[in-house]
Design a protein around this ligand. Structure first.
Ligand code: NAD
Length: 354
């Protein structure tokens, strides 16, 4: 057992989980004390969202379908204005991390309660972390006001998530759980949730790959994503998330695919410094080698393996190593520039984790 010395802060928030649980939407809106919901989505998910609005009838006062990646401040302002104009008393964010992020940006300065209905595995709905992009720069922060008050997880809404996105999004979730296990502030509850998350994702994901309409497999992975998001929301992350943030922000690489490629290499970098966490990750994936198990899982499911496949260039590696080692941050193994460069080189090539 880990050394018992920790602080544990449970997050308030109501979670309704289950295939078909979207049917409880009206009940959940009323439980928030709300009558006038503004529904948020991306333009791509507008059709699915209109069906959801019909469930609410008159209690849905409008749809704002302008959510895009990285929450540009202009979009957040426009959505806040629409909410004010329609006298909305809650916002329902249906979609992935980008749509939930828009909901958070609205909540940050309006106190509008957010009800989130995630349709990917990103996990943003369980964290108080927000990000807003202004003048090309993404500002992130933590504020409990942005935490959705209610989350409805309905695996039926994830059936439409294409297999390739399902795989990378689920490994993005697995990354929250894996880094949570060696977080400086890990606690026994977060560790339990993290190991269970990894096991659920490891068991469910091959089922989705074999049959994207497999509701049980979808439920298992969404359950894992919920737990992984809860871990992300309660303990600090380290090298892996820092690297992915750098690669996404500086080289405009896609969020979930970048996580999928980098994770085995970041775990290998930390393996000797975090043996306890590695044992739990490996156990959850029914293996004896955590980095290799993640690498093999992603490979078996056809996920991209190398950063060069995402459009990164060889010249970017030095720049990325520089940025990632510039401001020291906590990690179980100290940040060594040359070793980080080697890690990035391996991820660039897609070679097995070393
Ligand atoms: P996303 O929200 O950008 O969605 C990607 C695309 O998939 C969109 O076009 C969306 O409409 C579509 N989509 C979503 N669900 C679908 C479904 N079920 N069927 C068909 N299409 C669907 O992607 P994401 O990976 O969920 O989120 C990434 C963003 O979330 C990043 O900006 C990241 O920084 C942020 N994020 C934030 C936190 C946090 O705690 N603040 C946590 C994780 C991710």
């Amino acid at each position: 057992m880990d050394k018992l010395d920790f602080t544990y802060v449970p997050r308030a928030g109501r979670v309704v989980f289950g295939a078909g649980s979207l049917a409880h939407l009206e009940r959940e809106v009323l439980a928030l004390g709300a009558q006038r919901a503004l529904i948020l989505s991306t333009p791509e998910q507008r059709g699915a969202v209109e069906a959801v609005a019909r469930i609410l009838g008159d209690r849905a006062v409008g749809i704002f379908d302008g959510a895009v990646m990285h929450v540009p401040i202009e979009v957040a302002r426009e959505a806040r204005e629409v909410a004010r104009r329609l006298k909305a008393d809650c916002a329902i964010a249906i979609g992935g991390g980008s749509t939930v992020g828009l909901g958070k940006a609205i909540a940050l300065d309006s106190d509008l309660p957010i009800l989130a209905i995630p349709t990917t595995y990103a996990g943003s709905e369980m964290t108080a972390i927000y990000g807003i992009t202004e003048g090309g720069l993404k500002r992130t922060g933590t504020d409990l006001r942005v935490l959705p008050r209610t989350v409805i997880y309905d695996p039926m809404l994830t059936l439409s998530l294409p297999v390739d996105m399902s795989v990378t999004s689920a490994i993005n979730a697995l990354a929250h759980a894996a880094e949570g296990l060696y977080a400086r502030d890990v606690n026994p509850i977060a560790a339990l949730m993290a190991e269970e998350a990894i096991a659920a994702i490891g068991e469910g994901l091959p089922g989705i790959h074999a049959n994207p309409q497999d509701v049980d497999a979808r439920a298992k992975v969404l359950y894992g994503a919920w737990l992984a998001g809860s871990v992300l929301g309660s303990v600090g992350m380290a090298l892996h998330h820092k690297l992915c943030h750098t690669l996404g922000g500086s080289f405009n690489l896609p969020h979930a695919a970048t996580h999928t490629i980098v994770l085995p290499h970041a775990l290998a970098y930390n393996a000797d410094a975090a043996p306890q966490a590695m044992r739990r990750i490996a156990r959850a994936l029914k293996s004896d080698d955590a980095p290799r198990a993640v690498y093999d899982l992603a490979g078996k499911l056809g996920a991209p393996r190398s950063l060069k496949d995402l459009g990164m260039t060889l010249a970017d590696i030095d720049k990325a190593a520089e940025i990632a080692s510039a401001n020291p941050y906590w990690n179980p193994r100290p940040i060594e520039r040359e070793a980080i460069r080697t890690l990035l080189q391996n991820a660039f090539e897609g070679s097995p984790p070393q």
